[in-house]
Design a protein around this ligand. Sequence first.
Ligand SMILES: Cc1cc2nc3c(=O)[nH]c(=O)nc-3n(C[C@H](O)[C@H](O)[C@H](O)COP(=O)(O)OP(=O)(O)OC[C@H]3O[C@@H](n4cnc5c(N)ncnc54)[C@H](O)[C@@H]3O)c2cc1C
Length: 391
Amino acid sequence: MKSDIVIVGGGIMGSAAAYFIAARSFSGSICVIEPDNTYAKASTPAGAGGIRRLMSRPENIRMSQFSIDFYADFQSVMATEDNPADIEFRRQGYLFLTDADGVASLTANYETQCNEGVPADLLDVDTLRALFPSVGTKNVALACHSPQDGWIDPHAALMGFRKKASSLGVTYVKDRVAGFETSGVSVKRAMLESGETISGDIFINTAGAWVDDIAAMTGAKLPVVPMCRVQHFWRCSQEIEPLPLIKDDSGAFFRPEGDGFAGGRPSWEVQPGFTWDIDRGYFANYFEDTVWELLANMVPKFQTIKLERSWAGHYAQNLFDGNMIIGTYSKGHDNLLTACGFSGHGIMHAPAVGRALSELVIDGEFQTLDLSRMGFARVLDDKPYSETGIK
Ligand SMILES: Cc1cc2nc3c(=O)[nH]c(=O)nc-3n(C[C@H](O)[C@H](O)[C@H](O)COP(=O)(O)OP(=O)(O)OC[C@H]3O[C@@H](n4cnc5c(N)ncnc54)[C@H](O)[C@@H]3O)c2cc1C
């Protein structure tokens, strides 16, 4: 088989890239290789779907701005005959809470956000209490609220990209990349688990938490590992006003979900690797021992909640600086790109990243948003470009 563009991994990133390339009337062929059409182990359906502009790096804020506008119009732009593309975008806001130690950073980031035109407000404790009476203020010195941010259904967004891309002629191949054939500075073909091969002009590695396995196939190394992140769903019998997605310095976060709440707290202590059995080992009592108290600090009424279920997903964690890597990465291979290492930001940035990849592929360089600081060169040069404050 031959395809001009070969995308490895059809999660939200690979599918957004396929859509944006196809939507620009790219005349060549595009195929996406994805082994699991149920996405049972992919990060995308496991994500909380939070989309926010409360970030510290201008590139990340700008990617969120484009992406949030794109998600606002998603249904009208992405609907197809067989898919209404309803991503259940709820603009219920984002709220960051910080203690006294985090005030300087929250304030500095707020100033950056204002300079970028983000609609956000700093809230002192009295204003916070008046706006959200259920939020606990015992440890809070300052809050930042972005009322026009919110959350979407990530699986619906992934299917929206996938179905629209398919309707524009993109082929999804149900298979797994097992290796590459290279020649000089070029990748020539992908070898698939089934024994098939696909030759291509440009290859894009969007294999999420598996991205470094794909990198190893051309002798490259990406500092991106799977990190287990457990999420929980609970109900609270007490009355609580409509809340935004709330996150504090500990990394704990939650948002309303149906008639309950979903959230958790990333465990920075856990070893990298895939963990699917969360009933044993490190995560066995994680909610009771760690998460519950943090949630009850944020909303004291959460002292009496009923935990309904917990599930595992995985960040593709960039151990180098926590931010994404986009562009070429495999020494000597000019036609092999990646977009990876999104940690907890991939859903909110997928439209901007899909667009950026389409520019790299079609125009050879970024056109709309200069993401060159997010390239692999910073890893080689040992120049981390991290988010600051609440991540
Ligand atoms: C608990 C949790 C909460 C999160 N919350 C948020 C949030 O609120 N907001 C936000 O923006 N982000 C959030 N994220 C992060 C977000 O989910 C990810 O950044 C995003 O989904 C990454 O998309 P992806 O397409 O890169 O990866 P994935 O969705 O994992 O897709 C990668 C695909 O590659 C495929 N693949 C693997 N190996 C191969 C191979 N050899 N050949 C071909 N294909 C292969 C896999 O089958 C998979 O489908 C969260 C993540 C988790 C786990």
